[in-house]
Design a binder for this molecule. Sequence first.
Ligand code: MRU
Length: 368
Amino acid sequence: MKINGTPYRSVWRPLNDRKSIRIFDQTRLPWNLEELELRDEEAVAHAICTMQVRGAPLIGAVAAYGLVFALQNDASDASLEKSAAALVETRPTAINLRWAIERMVNHLRPLPASQRVEAGYLEADAICDEDVQVNEAIGRHGLELIREIWERKGRQGTVNLLTHCNAGWIATVDWGTALAPIYMAHDEGIPVHVWVDETRPRNQGSLLTAWELGSHGVAHTVIADNAGGHYMQAGRVDMVIVGTDRVTAQGDVANKIGTYLKALAARDNNVPFWVALPSSTIDWRVQDGVKEIPIEERSQDEVLFVPGLDAHGNQSRVRVAPERSPAANPAFDVTPARLVTGLITERGRCDASAAGLNRLFPGAARET
Ligand code: MRU
């Protein structure tokens, strides 16, 4: 995506230093657009845990480089296994992380240690390049849905979409998943407007999605997480579209906490609820998402404090609960497949079901 006319990805290898990567520190957005250099496995693990990088596809891509950094010090089998295990542990819900690390390990393990670093860089680069192509394809397939709505409206008014969390270009290597169709619709002149759930507690909606959409000139309105149902009842949401951190073989969808409530409200109001994902987000080993997907529990402080800018323009946080009140902070929830209108993947759309996924990805369930 372009920032002030310059095209960027959300992770890249600088041409003058091919042994480090750069990311945007997402904990500084939208106030500051700061590049952060990562050049060892510890820095990568820290960036993922603290959400300097976040979004399922992006953390997979960045973790792949983290594995290569570890091999620079020690390219033995033991080091490969140890670093792979440590990186997979950084965030438990997003399956793209495990997918990327397993892909790297399967590629590197058969090679002599002396070749692993160079081959590792190339494989991590390939993961990034493929992510861009895959998200572009998701965008094209999702765009068809927005076009259909626009045609049904007689090309009048606005197509109103609602999204939760951030599934835009900074959550992937480029384009995004749920936001890719929105960018494409906007670019081809369809008047789209996005209701952006603020997405407490980390506010990925108000901080990141609103920043992305605003930078691209897409009309949007930030709403409190509790407002979506109200706008659906009022007929002001044509479609909900979200990303996901893990989709099971039967089509259950894990995504940012609060997604499930949006799906319930959408079902009650006959609003289509679509989920956009690259196939690397499908966990073919898991069926029942509610029972089987591990839900990351994050720090209480994310709920007890709200971040913002102080009067001097410095990043700061404000406590929003009594001193002694504890908090709980599940970072994700699971939307059962029955509440999902359909999945948008790089191969097209399908039902959120085993049959739907198997039709698009024949044999994939057996191979994993
Ligand atoms: O905790 P986060 O910010 O990493 O959670 C991100 C999400 O839930 C996204 O919706 C999901 O990863 C899809 S990103 C294309």
